[in-house]
Design a protein around this ligand. Structure first.
Ligand code: FES
Length: 106
């Protein structure tokens, strides 16, 4: 198993409470800064494939701005419908104020 580390943004681009859409290879990812932690998750909601950007943070979840589905920022699990499928999340770490996405392959 090997890990690849991808520099995706500077921490100043995602201030507390903020969000940043990034494109990485074939993926669109939303970085979210909530309560001192950075989370990386699929940009699109699993309900109607609309962007989660602009959704509010509530209790460790992001609320889809379109129909109100809620996804756990840490796991991508659905906390409230109408979505029923989890979204992907991606491990991140901060190194010298830089947000690094950790990709693991077998
Ligand atoms: S597109 Fe997100 S809840 Fe409908």
């Amino acid at each position: 198993m090997s890990s690849k580390f991808l520099t995706v943004a500077h921490i100043s681009e995602v201030p507390e409470g903020g969000q940043l859409r990034i494109e990485l290879e074939d993926k669109e990812i939303l970085l979210c800064h909530h309560e001192g932690e950075i989370f990386a998750l699929d940009y699109y909601c699993s309900h109607d494939h609309l962007g989660l950007e602009g959704g509010t943070f509530e209790g460790g979840a992001i609320v889809c701005p379109y129909h109100g589905a809620e996804f756990c920022l840490r796991t991508g699990d659905v906390k409230a419908g109408p979505a029923w499928e989890a979204i992907d999340t991606y491990p991140v770490k901060i190194e010298d104020d830089v947000i690094v996405l950790v990709e693991t392959s077998q």
